[in-house]
Design a protein around this ligand. Sequence first.
Ligand SMILES: *Cc1c(COP(=O)(O)O)cnc(C)c1O
Length: 394
Amino acid sequence: MQPDIESFLGYSRRFYDEHRFTNNGPLVRLLEARLAELHQSEHCITFASGFWALVLAMHSLAVPGRSEVVLPSFTYRRMADLAWWARLVPRFCDVERETLAVSRATVEPCINKDTALLLGVHPIVNCCPADELEALAADHGLPLLFDAVESAYETYGGRKVGTFGSAEVFSMHASKLLNGFEGGYVTTDDDELAGRLRYQRGFGFKGLDNVEMLGVNSKLNEVHAAMALAALDDLDAQVERNRARYWAYRDKLASVRGIRLVEFDEGERCGFKNIVVELLDDWPFTRQETLDALHAEGMLARPYYSPALHQKPASYRTEHGPLPVTEECEPRFLVLPSGARVSLDDVDLVVAFLAFLSSSGSRLGSGGRSSAGSSSTSGSRSSGSGHDQRAVSA
Ligand SMILES: *Cc1c(COP(=O)(O)O)cnc(C)c1O
């Protein structure tokens, strides 16, 4: 999602004229104020990436002396690495079949005497039940952090995402709703946490030459803040465009047999960014065959969070019990092309092609793939799924 270049250059001129390039410059401070307002949180602390925002927030919030963080397996592919950098052992929990989200019922069985932190991750369509998780965390006296990267625009129960739990983390990677090239931020109402994160992102410096805590260099710079501010100005318009694409997918997919759109809960505020579909039992192809056929047409669909994290080899310790819902769902979902460079005509082509697969698949059997490839529609459409570096141009 790319904002207007004049808007980006207009913001950039300000830091350039002031010779302030990084280290909590004027645009970073303006961006933090505007994001705190957007999320109705007391504090917003920006970072060079969502990754480091998550690591530092996890590290800061974990109960000292305990080792485990509870998080879903069916989620962002680097989530377990994040836990490792925060010196925590990931304990994977399951998700709900209906929502693909964690819930009290899926998280609670994973809590034990070693639990240091609960990490609620919003799925890429709709939110996890944030109030239910807050109550769970309170009952067990545990800190609760949200990865809210995919829910930056959303409300849950009418309340803006950004004020739930102890803190929430967002990304401004180019593939996400708010494009700052790279970047991330934490929102929180906790003054002490906000103060600590500010020091830690800048080497732990407190004052000119006084290092008081362990830190990293993960500051956001001014040119990234300029981009994010321009994107923020365009955010509502961008969501309107996303909504038009989503509605087009919804209306057209309704008549395609064997495929189900994961619908946004329009009773809440939604960003409408990602188009997720489930392949049902009467869909005639495997997910991989379906993806191969779409890719052969230049339609860059992606598997939804696959493989699940507990199914991948890791070079560090992880823990989990049985995860039946995750394992059932893992091969069934995909993310269809979306984002600024996908037109409504492109949506028509993608759905027409899926309808073709649906109706011809049973007849073609495994030969469906190559036959499908010959009904050529040209052009490359990028997925806005945000799970892959290739989606950067979306
Ligand atoms: C992209 C993403 C991140 C990481 O953000 P970066 O800014 O790319 O480091 C974390 N969580 C989720 C759910 C993401 O999609």
